[in-house]
Design a binder for this molecule. Sequence first.
Ligand code: 5GP
Length: 206
Amino acid sequence: MINKSCSFLIILSAPSGGGKSTILNEILQVSDNIDYSVSFTTRNPRGEEKNGIHYHFVDDAEFLARTESGDFLEHARVFGKWYGTSISYIKSRLAAGKHVIMDIDVQGASLISATDIPYVKVFIIPPSMDVLKERLVLRATDSDAEIAKRLNTAKSELAYIPNYDYLVVNDDLSQAVSDVQAIIRAEENRVQRYIKPVEGFLTQEK
Ligand code: 5GP
């Protein structure tokens, strides 16, 4: 029997306010084979955010110590703060047969491509810059200056789209969620992920 047990990273990137956290939460709610990688950051919690659930909120000294001891699979400076992904968490979940979904910026996503961990990279865009601005304003968690900075960054992030495997337009939320689920399903069935089990199947004695 072919055992398709290969797990991989599901990397979601989007401009801030692009709706990726909402998509991600919807996917986590309906998938028991996907775990979320909680990032470390030196930024302050926003609104209802909780330590250990939305982020591990740490200070610069702790972030630096973790960087120096090789705790991060990737880390990057975004909007003047540090963000990083725990390598031990990811490896343990993948080893347990789970996919790991993560929300990281375009720089971090490029760094992960250079590792030998299997992944699929999905870029999520809002239908227009106007919608993005509206979402950031409605979120009401950032100052006007912060919103302006995030919109500016969004423009430069779009240049990274060709480095991704898939592009999802988040116009209608349920459609965007189902698109990401379809991508995960397709990736689970990608031949390259199962070369070894298939070889075993072909060489099996009767
Ligand atoms: P926010 O402050 O809005 O939660 O996130 C700001 C940006 O940091 C987003 O683009 C988000 O994807 C990115 N980000 C969150 N966690 C990580 C991480 O662990 N690594 C990297 N490189 N970026 C991250």
